[in-house]
Design a protein around this ligand. Sequence first.
Ligand code: UD1
Ligand code: CA
Length: 451
Amino acid sequence: MKTISVILAAGQGTRMRSSLPKVLNPILGQPMLWYAVEASRAVTQDSPVVVVGHNADSVREALGDYAQFVLQEEQLGTGHAVQQAESVLRDKTDLVLVSYGDMPLVRPETLSRLVESQQTHNGPVSVLTAMAENPRGFGRIVRDSDGGVLAIVEEVHATPEQLEIRELNTGVFCFSSDWLWDALGRIELNIKGEYFLTDLVEIAVSDEMSVQAIKVDDNSEMIGINTQVHLAEASAMMQKRINEKWMLNGVTIQDPHSTFIEPGATIGRDTCIAPNSHLRGETHIGEACIIGPNSIIQDSRMGDRCEVLSSVVEYAVMEDDVDIGPFAHLRKGAHLAAGVHMGNFGEVKNSYLGPGTKMGHFSYLGDTTTGSDVNIGAGTITCNYDGVNKHPTEIGDDVFVGSDTMLVAPLKLGKGSRTGAGAVVTKNVKDETLVVGMPARAIRKLKKQDS
Ligand code: UD1
Ligand code: CA
């Protein structure tokens, strides 16, 4: 049966006290709404319909073509919100799965279970419920003496006996589409001035149709976010889930509480993550690497057996057996080939360091290509920017750059050449040549034993 999902995200979320729309507040690098969309996409065939209202444009922009959007101009309640999707969904699907943009922890497996139960159910709706001691202001599931679901009562409208009910409405529903659109029109405006989606349960019952309730296994799935406190709770839960997934795949995480792995990251087995490490964006780490402590890796790729100690790696590539740090900084476009060693206080931007190159101590390489087995001496700086334009530096195989050399780009150092300590190199250097001084000038042709 075809299922399309509707995700409600039009509310303002004033209790977040944030200038961001509530559903865009991030959890591990993604807006909370992204997780709801992701879970829905995993169980339905079409991209979900997100109902937007407050800050509609920024919500649309954040999700892009990951979802389709309908606008709820005035927030007249959850029933009214679902109604906005009718124009795009009527006659397009058999089942409509409804969930909320502020509940990022609902698992795709749980949504599937609800959809499957509705597929075989002869009534028009299945609802996901949770048993919990702390009702957190959720709607209560009212059942008759035979256990049949009769109604969902919101806390504000509940009688003292109903307030004692511990079966709660998570807010996730699966409806038969044929029934839904007409039934939505029958919800009455309540005293709060809203159309409650939850009233559909009573409407089904009054039509003598059955309502099915499926219980969620893991109550953490129903953590809804209304405040920054809830956001932190949900983030911690998501962090735990992701870390556990990688640990079960053979990754060692020394301190899961201080390890933050975003959902787009992947890690090979036998890799060890030390405390206070952050793997952000589309980061892919190979096998048997050692990451951290105290490292941030953003949208980067790393081969096997690499080490990153107290360093920051952004939009970079490290091939196998590369080690960096402590306190190294790889910036956008840095590419370190196999076996490169980069020690403390180095920065590499938009540069390729050939296999076996060593850059041990406080240096900067920008817009540079090096050959293999190059030695970058302590304090080497590529002067790649003249205040207006960036210029390239090319360093050949087996070059030895002496300590404190300034390489004034554009510049080429021929293979096997050498610079003396403190050289300021302004002109291209021929192969196998030693240059010294300021500005550096050729003093002699190198003999074999010099290099
Ligand atoms: C709702 C349920 C409650 C359930 C709880 C679970 C109703 C009437 N109540 O209550 O039974 O236990 O969720 O979290 O459904 N929204 C819109 N447009 C609107 C109103 C809301 O898009 O006009 C969106 C909000 O942005 C939010 C979601 O719907 O993502 C839920 O709305 P909210 O006001 O938070 O409902 P609750 O009071 O939490
Ligand atoms: Ca809510």
